[in-house]
Design a protein around this ligand. Structure first.
Ligand SMILES: Cc1ncc(COP(=O)(O)O)c(C=O)c1O
Length: 399
């Protein structure tokens, strides 16, 4: 069970049930967390936020003072982030960029392009010539590197070190580096390299990955100013109080920057920055037994909070009991210790958490799901079954 922050708790209990489900974000907690992350990192490490984790404008703005920029992975994200946090540095990454997206990114003066293939480099060069003549465009080829043995073993989602559509095979980087340094593309400037190899790695594995990427990059024999070692810091949905060890990670990166004073290192976490600030609150509609198991059906479901379905975990949650029962019909209640929390969709996959300890859970009680601040609402299939959308609340103690 994971308790919401006091501000979130009070807001959820103050909402009428017709305003549930609701996403409630604690921006004050987000600021405190982002500030602690920033403080744990050495000065020469730049922190970009991967907007794909949660692009709500309020979240992007709250992170503003603590990040050096934002990583965007589509033309849509680029336009959205540029509007939400105008003037902030952007790095445009992601596979399968279209000519229209690249044109828009050039027209917007995007600071860095993470180039995913030789084809994309050629497209960028030609579009830069047409759209932004005379302007230097900073390029970081994205590489899919093999890393130190076992470093990616703990990953929940590996994008590198094995066959994937992401970035370039190291064997194909040679011609790209040559074209970027021999005058083939006079407008394009080789600024550095980019590697985002996996999600869900603990600090020691992240340090090992960063060391592998930097060792590879500095062995290329070309001048590089920046190495972006990606995001993917672990969030433990099974033990939400256990946080990624930013101090150990920062110390590892500090050793790396000391060895390479010529380089700026950059990281681009998403999940580990925003997961903790978001809560999905709902109420129990019905409680029933089925073949020896007890189920509570809640308002909403995985069409709002798809994270447990995509990651195959139980979303951590807690129950806020509500004693009032406004209806003339009897109130169903659980009589077993453990209850499976399902949503309103007509699919057995619509389960938010299985067999959670919730003895006595009743219809009308509220359930609050934690760690719903990243890859939650924005990755969910909202329109399936046409249930109403949740409300959104951004709590900010600073007003
Ligand atoms: C290129 C890139 N950078 C950063 C991230 C952020 O990863 P995470 O949210 O796991 O930190 C992702 C996630 O897929 C990504 O693809």
């Amino acid at each position: 069970m994971t308790r919401p922050t006091p501000a979130v708790h009070d807001r959820i209990l103050s909402l009428p049930s017709t305003e549930l489900p609701a996403y409630v974000y604690d921006l004050t907690a987000l600021r405190a967390h982002a500030s602690a992350v920033r403080d744990a990192l050495p000065e020469r490490v730049e922190l970009y936020y991967a907007a794909k984790a949660n692009p709500e404008p309020e979240i992007l703005a709250a992170l503003g003072p603590y990040v050096d920029g934002y990583e965007v992975s589509s033309g849509g994200e680029l336009a959205h982030v540029a509007e939400a946090v105008p003037g902030r540095p952007l790095a445009f990454g992601g596979p399968g960029k279209t000519p229209q997206e690249v044109t828009a990114a050039l027209a917007a003066g995007t600071g860095r392009f993470h180039v995913e293939s030789e084809y994309e480099l050629r497209m960028l060069a030609e579009l830069a010539r047409r759209v932004a003549p005379g302007r230097r465009v900073a390029v970081l080829p994205r590489v899919n590197l093999p890393v130190a043995d076992g470093s990616l073993a703990g990953s929940s989602l590996a994008m590198g070190g094995r066959p994937t559509p992401f970035g370039m095979d190291p064997g194909q980087v040679g011609p790209v580096l040559a074209a970027l340094t021999d005058g083939t593309y006079p407008q394009l400037e080789l600024r550095g390299v980019h590697a985002h190899l996996a999600s869900g790695l603990e600090a020691p594995a992240q340090v090992a990955v960063a060391e592998s990427v930097v060792a590879w990059a500095t062995g290329l024999g070309v001048r590089l100013d920046e190495v972006n070692v990606g995001g993917g810091m672990h969030v433990d949905y099974g033990d939400p109080e256990r946080r990624f060890d930013w101090t150990a990670y920062g110390e590892g990166l500090a050793r790396l920057t000391e060895r390479h004073p010529e380089l700026t290192l950059r990281i681009e976490p998403g999940r580990a920055l925003t997961a903790y600030c978001g809560w999905y609150a709902t109420e129990v509609l019905d409680v029933k037994h089925s073949h020896g198991e007890e189920f509570a059906v809640v308002r909403g479901g995985t069409h709002h909070l798809r994270t447990p379905a995509t990651k195959g975990h139980d979303q951590p949650c807690s129950v806020l009991p509500v004693d009032a029962w406004p209806h003339p019909w009897p109130r169903p209640a659980a009589d077993r210790e453990r209850v499976t929390l399902a949503g309103q969709l007509c699919t057995p996959k619509d389960v938010l958490a299985r067999r959670v300890p919730a003895a006595g859970l009743r219809a009308g009680d509220r359930v609050v799901f934690a760690l719903a601040g990243a890859y939650a609402w924005n990755i969910s299939h909202h329109d399936f079954l046409m249930h109403p959308r949740p409300g959104f609340h951004f709590l900010d103690a600073t007003g």
